[in-house]
Design a protein around this ligand. Structure first.
Ligand code: PLP
Length: 456
């Protein structure tokens, strides 16, 4: 019996759950004896094996940008599989060439594209390329990377070293050497005691201070998301990223922008950094690149940097390969995904969805347990507190009650923040960019109802 046929058949469901308990190791969760088994999806909705439908308010893990069930993506994948399913990028193939060109158009600058499999891979590649770049310019001592507390950059040793959430790292240390962190641009809880809109962006200056303390000759680059997403939707002051660009230029430090979540329309622009008018040296991307229909990631490297790999003598090429990176099927999926984003104007739709949700959820701003609502395109964070004055983070029970209330009404939302105990207090929303007007109303109304019931 196929998985989908199991829906409606209690015995078959029990048998599947039994196998799940016995054989499957679930990601980043306590041992879950009763997981939701998802069997199908259409647009913004997913259906579990019990036949329950949920609006996928997080687009999976911030990734299904064009929504579920796009048969034209399935057709593009099948067509490519029938033509040629695999070819390396030691040689070349048509979907990778076309996709690299398309990404240049989307990035509004000249970049060389290195394909890998996941967001973590894309960041590892950026770290390696950055080090080699400095090396072959005679600056081999420049090897360190600086990132931010609260940031998440991936699960592999380098990407986890750049991650700024302690609990994700404990028990896996020691990690990679040469990574250090600065405070995040967290205006609601400013680490520098300043007020939003009335500060001198000390959070950006912190990066320069760290570069100087570490020694500019030892620093290869800095890595930032345009806004910190998984770490709690932390939106920086408007001039933050351009200040980082200036600091990097001053100290010959590379600016790497992690667009794994913010890319492909989520921010209301094609890439998050385009909201701030900066040109990064490297841009990493995954998730929305294929809307997660197939695994693929990319590291876009400025053409100037690429030239040094071409021109610095023997062995100056990048000595890195992975078997699946840039798989032709995944590249064909990405091309079709981008075609849909363009054809349906989903980038501007993203900005509309965010503004509309914010507008409809305005009453929440005066709720006693809502400290602040933050938004970047269609990514939204609702920071929950115990007390608006003291800003004490909301208890786990209070946050869980909202998640459960939403789920009961057919809306799946996320919970993010810091892994330091007590700080997982930010509800997140990042619905598909194809979310309809009626679905926007459903999301906002559901949250209002659930918060209404939790008042006091
Ligand atoms: N960078 C950011 C900002 C992410 O949110 C993630 C994953 O959530 C990653 C990198 C790692 O991506 P992956 O899970 O595909 O390795």
């Amino acid at each position: 019996m196929g998985v989908n046929e199991a829906a409606g058949d209690t015995e078959a469901k029990e048998a599947l759950l039994e196998k799940d308990r016995k054989y499957l190791w679930h990601h980043i969760s306590p041992h879950n004896e009763n997981p939701m088994i998802i069997v199908s999806g259409e647009g913004s909705w997913i259906t579990d094996i019990e036949g329950n439908r949920y609006l996928d308010g997080m687009s999976g893990l911030w990734c299904v940008n064009v929504g579920h069930g796009r048969t034209e993506i399935a057709d593009a994948a099948a067509e490519q599989m029938k033509t040629i399913a695999y070819s390396t990028l030691i040689q070349s193939h048509v979907p990778a060439i076309e996709l690299a060109a398309k990404l240049n158009e989307w990035l509004e600058g000249e970049y060389r594209i290195f394909f890998s499999n996941s967001g973590s891979d894309a960041n590892e590649v950026a770290f390696k390329i950055g080090r080699q770049y400095h090396h072959q310019r005679g600056k081999a001592s420049k090897h360190k990377y600086i990132s931010r507390h609260r940031a998440y950059h991936g699960n592999s040793m380098g990407a986890l070293s750049a991650t700024g959430q302690a609990q994700r790292k404990l028990k896996y240390e020691p990690l990679g050497a040469g990574f250090t962190h600065v405070p995040p641009p967290y205006c609601y809880r400013c680490p520098f005691g300043q007020k939003r809109g009335a500060c001198e962006t000390q959070c950006a200056q912190a990066y320069e201070d760290a570069i100087i303390w570490e020694g500019p000759d030892s620093v290869a680059g800095i890595i930032v998301e345009p806004v910190i997403t998984g770490g709690g939707m932390i939106v920086p002051p408007d001039d933050y990223l351009s200040k980082l660009r200036q600091i990097c230029d001053k100290h010959d430090v590379l600016l790497i922008v992690d667009e794994v979540i913010c890319g492909f329309g989520r921010s209301g622009q094609r890439f998050g950094h385009l909201n701030f008018g900066v040109r990064p040296d490297m841009v990493t991307m995954a998730k929305g690149l294929t809307s997660a229909y197939s695994p693929l990631s990319a590291t876009a490297v400025s053409a100037e940097m690429y030239d040094s790999f071409k021109e610095s003598g023997p062995d100056s090429h990048f000595r890195h390969v992975n078997t699946f990176g840039g798989n032709p099927v995944s590249c064909a999926v990405a091309l079709k995904n981008i075609e849909i984003l363009e054809r349906e104007n989903l980038v501007s739709r993203s900005a509309f969805i965010g503004k509309e949700l914010l507008n409809r959820m305005k009453p929440l701003q005066s709720h006693p347990h809502v400290g602040e609502i933050r938004i970047f395109g269609s990514a939204i964070g609702i920071e929950m507190v115990e007390d608006k004055q003291t800003k004490e983070p909301a208890s786990a029970a209070r946050v869980t009650a909202i998640l459960a209330g939403c789920k009961q009404r057919g809306l799946l939302i996320g919970k993010n923040g810091d892994t330091v105990p007590g700080f997982m207090n930010i509800l997140t929303l990042s619905p598909p960019l194809s979310t309809t007007d009626d679905e926007i109303v459903f999301i906002a109304d559901t949250l209002l109802q659930v918060f209404g019931r939790s008042e006091g």
